[in-house]
Design a protein around this ligand. Structure first.
Ligand SMILES: NC(=O)c1ccc[n+]([C@@H]2O[C@H](COP(=O)([O-])OP(=O)(O)OC[C@H]3O[C@@H](n4cnc5c(N)ncnc54)[C@H](OP(=O)(O)O)[C@@H]3O)[C@@H](O)[C@H]2O)c1
Length: 333
């Protein structure tokens, strides 16, 4: 358990963490960021959440990714973060890069979902209150809303940045064409889009093509979520489905998805990783990061040991042509 009061390591930026620039901007973020989607909500043990967040800080991971509805229950991951911030991290606010988002289902009624100005403003106020923050570093429109004019959602981001409640704006899960329009709208109003956040892993390669190309062309960084395919690109399910795992809890990953074929595919990938001197998780993260347009990968974790395993990914060897071909042969590209 982390000592109380928390005293961060003096060497937190000297432990080997690497940093990349978010597109055309002044901001560097760690190659590995921590996401609080699972394992930080009200149902998760608080001290374990605190250990993981403070361990990240000590390891040079200064970027924490949140959203209004992370939990469960909704909002509770922000509350957990807010408690840890108030207790341990407040003196270090200037070293932290904290995100939140609005765009998915959050509260009942007509104004707690999608991309209206009303939802984005109201949701951010509530996120800041839960996290005990005066501002977030980046606020994302969490998904494209085909029913709301893009201009309304983007103008809300512009006005939020101008209000000082977020320093930068970002978008997530936008189709490529809507993303291009969003970058242009923001740019014309002197609010450069800092990051596009998209799902990207060896098993989900959709961003390759217009999403990554479009972000790079507009000087926007790309930050990958679910780089371990929620645990499928790790050894988590090699000996069955642990009851404390994401699939064991039947959350966004279902036990029905852990088929013998899926496990076999991961075992084959793990064999290549072993030849590289890596765990499968480390190789999966290194695979995302081999593209210099990928600014960071946002990992989830349920223990400090997983974080340490994942952080070692940045010290792995370059991929050889043969390794990439062998991986492609397994993942079917
Ligand atoms: N913008 C969006 O729409 C969006 C959507 C999804 C996620 N995100 C962001 O991306 C973050 C990461 O997503 P994710 O949690 O799906 O990421 P992930 O890194 O693909 O999966 C994380 C899970 O993999 C397992 N794991 C991690 N490291 C491991 C290791 N070394 N060995 C064995 N198992 C390991 C853990 O599962 P167990 O919990 O079972 O131990 C962990 O919870 C989220 O927290 C959120 O911030 C954004």
């Amino acid at each position: 358990m982390t000592k109380d009061p928390f005293s961060p390591s003096a060497d937190r930026y000297a432990g080997g963490m690497k940093y990349r620039r978010c597109g055309r901007s002044g901001i560097l973020i760690p190659e590995i960021s921590l996401g609080l989607w699972h394992n930080f909500g009200g149902i998760s043990p608080f001290e374990r959440s605190r250990d993981m967040i403070l361990h990240c800080f000590d390891t040079g991971i200064c970027h924490f990714d949140l959203a209004n509805n992370y939990g469960p229950p909704y909002g509770s991951a922000e509350e957990t973060f807010g408690q840890i911030y108030r207790r341990d991290l407040r003196p270090f606010r200037q070293e932290l890069f904290i995100s939140t988002k609005a765009g998915y289902d959050m509260y009942p009624g007509l104004y707690g979902n999608w991309g209206s100005r009303k939802y984005l403003f109201e949701s951010l106020e509530r996120s800041l209150a839960r996290m005990n923050l005066d501002y977030v570093d980046i606020f994302y429109s969490h998904r494209y809303d085909p029913e709301t004019p893009l201009e309304e959602t983007m103008q809300a981001l512009v006005d939020i940045v101008r209000s000082g409640k977020a320093l930068y704006a970002g978008i997530s899960n936008y189709p490529a064409e809507a993303a291009r329009k969003a970058y242009a709208y923001l740019e014309e109003r002197d609010v450069h889009c800092l990051l596009y956040q998209g799902k990207y892993s060896m098993l989900v390669r959709d961003p390759e093509g217009p999403i990554l190309d479009g972000a790079a062309a507009h000087g926007v960084g790309f930050i990958a979520f679910s780089p371990l395919a929620q645990g499928l690109l790790t050894d988590r399910y090699f000996k069955g489905i642990p009851s404390d795992s994401r699939a064991g809890r039947e959350e966004y990953l279902k036990s029905a998805q852990i088929t013998p074929e899926v496990v076999e595919r991961s075992r084959k990938l793990a064999a290549i990783a072993a030849e590289r001197g890596q765990s499968l998780a480390q190789m999966a993260l290194a695979w995302d990061l081999k593209d210099p347009r990928v600014t960071s990968v946002i990992i989830g974790a349920s223990s400090v040991a997983q974080i340490d395993d994942n952080v070692a990914a940045i010290r792995g060897p370059e991929f050889t042509k043969d390794e990439l071909e062998a991986i492609n042969g397994i993942i079917g590209q």
